[in-house]
Design a protein around this ligand. Structure first.
Ligand code: NAP
Ligand code: MG
Length: 475
């Protein structure tokens, strides 16, 4: 049993102002795996005050001083990677190979990227008689989700630190363990007191108090559309910057060529990674109508090949994160059946042989219409919908006919054609034939949000541009 009952405020591990705890459930066993404290508004006040005090000195530090801290964080993180991976498996059910693999790798990748970017980031630039400086914004509230917990914490905390901000992190209640270890990493690395603070607790209490707080200058939220909207409203009266990284219903376009079957299989397997709980998942698979039968055969086979079970074992897919999430996924599978989509793999209930835990079946619907609920709403589970297109124009039209605009995927044999299709997608990020880059800005348009994280663009989220204007030279 894990017990994480203290918060990290002003460089110390401190008790809650008013003791209150919550159990954390292991989604693979449905059993309590540990306890955390839940912060109150009084704890938010303490953390924000500490961050506010720390801002003046931290914002004046040099690039070299910050680099030294980031490198110390990198070294400490490396020592704790195994533990962090195990914590992620326990809190949100990622299989060991994923929790100890891509999950911790994303955290390490964002740390390494922030170090690289900080080495050359242009904090000032002269334009005529004006000196433009990129100043830290101030106290940042960082609110993160449970689905890729270390990724989302690292992608906010490192750029915020590197650009001279101070912060309060509010990790998800469902996945609090990896965040606690991350805070220990920062403490060990020697982050000056008050620069980084962490409160465990609920979004409704801690997240809302941070969003409303007059001394918080920026809120960065990664989460659902509903919560993103709520935070923007709560933040509005204090005119702070709100960076939103929200949901998606991204299209995966497979072109009509020689690689078709392998690409459909890859897209199907990809959808099931992390039990489909990925904001940028390619959850709408677009295939030529005339090849729907082939697509169904390939997707069926790929879904059947996804092993599901105890995430501590050697499986491809663990449970979804919680009972609520399980019920939501089941509800959408029922809706898909009622809407008349063709169920070709998976379906309702748990996979055979699993009687406990929030396990879902890798599920594929085919011959889906883009106006069906299962094609419009983010399911956030291992459910892929396959939609047929007539030609490339039609594929692009379907892809862009979505309230969301986070990601997109284009796979095909002709690189130039893939790029041409990718250019037409109305999203913030498109991966072509599996392309991946830590330096590429990540974020959405439309209801997927307004933020751009990762790489140098992630730094721009945390700076304000200031003009220092000197008299123009005499003509
Ligand atoms: P969520 O329910 O929106 O929660 C996200 C965070 O917001 C949690 O820490 C939550 O606290 C907090 N929160 C809840 N209500 C709040 C309020 N009124 N004020 C302030 N904070 C509040 O999202 P989730 O279920 O954790 O994650 C899944 C969602 O995140 C999906 O929609 C997914 O697409 C999206 N996502 C987007 C990206 C991206 O980069 N665009 C990446 C990953 C995930 P609790 O701990 O109390 O829930
Ligand atoms: Mg939620």
């Amino acid at each position: 049993m894990r017990e994480y009952l203290k918060f990290y405020i002003d460089g110390q591990w401190v008790d809650p102002t008013t003791p209150k705890t919550a159990d954390v459930i292991n989604p693979a066993t449905e059993e309590v795996s540990g306890r955390i404290s839940l912060a109150s508004v009084a704890d938010v006040e303490k953390a924000v005050a500490a961050a506010h005090r720390a801002f003046a000195p931290w914002s004046q530090t040099t690039r070299e001083q910050r680099l030294e801290l980031l490198q110390a964080i990198q070294a400490e993180y490396a020592k704790r990677e195994k533990e962090i991976g195990e914590a992620i498996t326990e809190e949100m059910g990622a299989p060991a190979s994923l929790g100890g693999g891509f999950h911790i790798g994303l955290g390490a990748g964002h740390i390494a990227t922030a170090i690289e970017v900080l080495k050359t980031f242009k904090f000032e630039e002269r334009r005529g008689n004006t000196l433009l400086t990129k100043d830290p914004i101030g106290v940042c509230a960082l609110i993160t989700p449970w689905n890729w917990p270390m990724n989302q914490i690292a992608v906010k905390v490192l750029p915020a630190l590197a650009t001279g901000n101070t912060m309060v992190l509010k990790p998800p209640q469902l996945a609090p363990y990896s965040a606690q270890i991350f805070a220990e990493v920062l403490d060990k690395a020697g982050v000056p007191k008050g620069v980084f603070n962490m409160l465990q607790g609920s979004g409704a209490v801690v997240g809302a108090a941070l969003s409303a707080h007059p001394r918080v200058d920026l809120v960065s939220i990664t989460g659902s559309e509903a919560v993103g909207v709520e935070i923007a409203k709560t933040a509005a009266p204090t005119v702070k910057r709100v960076c939103q990284e929200l949901g998606g219903k991204s299209a995966f376009i497979v072109l009509d060529d020689a690689n078709f079957v392998a690409n459909v299989a890859g897209a199907t397997g990809g959808m099931m990674i992390n039990s489909g709980q990925t904001c940028s998942a390619g959850s709408r698979l677009l295939v030529p109508k005339k090849r729907m039968a082939e697509a169904i055969a390939a997707a069926k086979e790929a879904a059947a090949a996804v092993s599901v079970g105890d995430p501590k074992g050697n499986v491809a897919m663990g449970p979804v994160v919680s009972k609520n999430q399980y019920n939501e996924v089941q509800r959408y599978i029922e809706i898909g059946i009622q809407e008349g989509a063709e169920l070709v793999a998976g379906g309702p209930g748990r996979p055979d042989g699993l009687s406990k835990g929030y396990f879902c079946k890798p599920t594929v619907f085919a011959n889906v219409r883009n106006d069906m609920t299962i094609a419009r709403e983010e399911i956030f589970g291992p459910v892929l919908v396959i939609i047929g297109y007539d030609d490339i124009d039609h594929a692009v039209e379907i892809a862009n006919d979505s309230d969301f605009g986070l990601a997109g995927y284009v796979n095909g044999a002709d690189a130039a054609q893939c790029l041409a299709v990718a250019r037409r997608l109305r999203t913030g990020w498109v991966s072509i034939n599996g392309g991946f880059d830590f330096m590429a800005p990540f974020g959405g348009i439309k209801r997927s949000g307004n933020g751009r994280e990762w790489g140098e663009h992630g730094f721009h989220e945390y700076v304000e541009t200031k003009s220092l204007i000197e008299p123009a030279p005499a003509a």
